[in-house]
Design a protein around this ligand. Structure first.
Ligand code: SF4
Ligand code: SF4
Length: 96
């Protein structure tokens, strides 16, 4: 789902970044997190988990704004988001 709303002060506010963590074997590939992530961070992987599904992964990890929607919406409690400190954001960007 494309997120179309933009805040008026978006040039002045620096968004918090997050790191997505997926418990691969819990994922049932329902796609809720993929379809509702406002930043289109998540995609299905090509690997199989123990249940035979393709678990999600963060395809665009630097785009995650730590909104927590994926964590709230996942019916399997398979996904969580950890807020990143500024130094960690720089580290993550270096390896992507
Ligand atoms: S926390 Fe928000 S922006 Fe980050 S992956 Fe989840 S839904 Fe997308
Ligand atoms: S919402 Fe949960 S179970 Fe569904 S695809 Fe995302 S991580 Fe997997």
């Amino acid at each position: 789902m494309k997120y179309w709303r933009k805040t008026l002060d978006q040039d002045q506010v620096k968004p918090i970044r997050g790191r997505v963590e997926v418990l691969k074997d819990r994922c049932k590939q329902c796609r809720f997190c993929i379809d509702f992530c406002p930043k289109q961070v998540l995609e299905e992987s090509t690997e199989f988990n123990r249940k035979g599904y393709h678990p999600v992964y963060a395809a665009l990890p630097n785009e995650c704004v730590n909104c927590g929607l994926c964590e709230l919406i996942c019916p399997e409690f398979a996904i969580s988001v950890v807020p990143l400190e500024e130094e960690e954001v720089k580290e993550e960007a270096r390896y992507v």
